[in-house]
Design a protein around this ligand. Structure first.
Ligand SMILES: [Cu+2]
Length: 121
């Protein structure tokens, strides 16, 4: 009987530890949108405003590639995700920003014209 009680205490303790860590790993949606095209324009916004910084964490990013001559390429600190230049697409990425620092995005076909960056703090 004491052995079962010990196991129960351990199980409850593990459960108590698991709950906060699950919450910490939750995805923040935050209405993040990466957009490129249809003209020569690229943007990364949150609720319609240009993103300059984000807290480290996992985010759901909706990427709208509205041009067959541009793509949206997000990269830095282990992140490297992109759409295809020759097609249009709308995709949702789950991106985990772990490392604090500057992240960049650009169009691979026009990296000196269409580019931007933001910080993860
Ligand atoms: Cu381009």
């Amino acid at each position: 009987m004491p052995r079962i009680r010990t196991l129960l205490v351990v199980a409850i303790a593990l459960f108590a530890i698991a709950i906060p860590s699950a919450q910490a790993g939750q995805t923040s949606t935050g209405n993040l949108v990466g957009s490129v095209g249809p003209g020569f324009t690229i943007s990364f916004t949150q609720n319609g405003k240009k993103v300059t910084s984000l807290k480290a964490g996992t985010y759901k990013i909706t990427v709208k590639d509205k041009s067959t001559m541009h793509n949206f390429h997000l990269f830095g600190h282990g992140i490297n995700k992109k759409t295809v230049v020759s097609t249009t697409s709308t995709v949702v990425w789950n991106v985990k920003f772990v490392v604090k620092g500057t992240y960049k995005f650009h169009c691979d076909a026009h990296p000196t014209i269409l580019f931007g960056s933001f910080k993860v703090k």
